[in-house]
Design a protein around this ligand. Sequence first.
Ligand code: SAM
Ligand code: SF4
Length: 446
Amino acid sequence: MKPAAAPPRTYRVKSFGCQMNVYDGERMAELLGDRGIAPASEGEDADLVILNTCHIREKAAEKVYSDIGRLVLAGKQAGKQPLIAVAGCVAQAEGEEIMRRAPAVSIVVGPQAYHRLPEMLGQAVQGKRATDTDMPAIAKFDALPQRKKRGPSAFLTVQEGCDKFCTYCVVPYTRGAEISRPFAHLVAEAQKLVEAGAKEITLLGQNVNAWRGEDDRGRRTGLAGLIHALARIDGLERIRYTTSHPNDMDDALIAAHGEVDKLMPYLHLPVQAGNDRILKAMNRQHTAESYLRVIERFRAARPDIALSGDFIVGFPGETEAEFEDTLRIVDEVRYAACFSFKYSPRPGTPAATMEGQIAPDVMADRLQRLQARLAHHQYAFNQASVGKTCAVLIDRTGRDPGQWLGKSPWLQSVWFEGDYAIGDLVEVTLADAGPNSLRGVVTTPA
Ligand code: SAM
Ligand code: SF4
């Protein structure tokens, strides 16, 4: 038992890692808000701090312990310790260890159990430490409150978990098996998000295109059916989805890119590596060639589609020649944007104990060369966009008064000037391109 604590009045959620964690962080904030607990203001010490952790790479667990240490130190200086909760995938993977090593932590809650946070908080206030790392994913969604007002772009988790078991990845262990949320729940949540001001919704899932459900007429459908239904919501202007797996692509989803105006011309389709021996060792279950064929089909359905992906360099046993196959596939696809990482051995995954772990300096060199190629193609994509006219959804203010920043349909950052507000969709002509953003000139009057 810990000493009893006063019920928290303020909270702070610190989310690390993927967009699904951002979504989970928002839902936790909504749960707390429903119980009258307010977000701590900038610079204020919160009564409750939730570390919403990521386990995908690097020394994620180490980082959690150092964050906890910092919070305890700050608490000592302020004369008041916050309640500390650890959520997310590190909580799922190392919950017991966290409770043992970090007595300052009151709550450990996994990504499928955070709907129980208020109840666990009740226990923590009484001095009882609480852990829940069960995996009843649908129960979680059913127990969450209605969506609250956010910015013009919202995330909507439609699918969770993964059955693919890539040999480097912890997700199947921390997020559990693939589950799809029911169609009707998703349409209802999307409707609420739009009523709360969302103009763009990004559908999220570890394998979002593995989503399956029954539509309002009882027909089995994949993600395309859901997208068609969401496109009928008045006031929703843009639909995106991420992250897809090449093997879960179906004809209907590819065709939707040519049929649904609200579906943005952007596809995040990780390949990880360009060499078939490495892809096999990764258990990706696709080849470089089969991946390229999928891309070809998307380009046929939507010729201007922007492509993005994820890459891992230095997978165990990767030779220089095998790494060069990754550079080749990058040149072939000409990605508009990408994420690239050094391979990070994750405890408990098959790749962590494979022979031929790559030296850090070799990995660093490969990452640097890969990122130079990716940057080249991103800049080329931006330059090729100059002269196009498109709608930009404003999501931020710029540096100077009257300056606005938003996203093009191809997810590029575009800035321009005028008398607007966050959430406006403004038609601009793309006038100049930089490596990471473009300047637009408004083509419609303010
Ligand atoms: N499900 C998606 C897929 O299959 O591409 C992505 C899930 S994962 C959260 C996001 C990215 O993290 C992966 O695409 C991969 O590039 C990277 N990743 C996962 N495990 C990794 C590891 N052990 N080391 C380095 N990068 C890793
Ligand atoms: Fe991880 Fe592979 Fe599943 Fe993606 S498909 S979440 S990389 S196991």
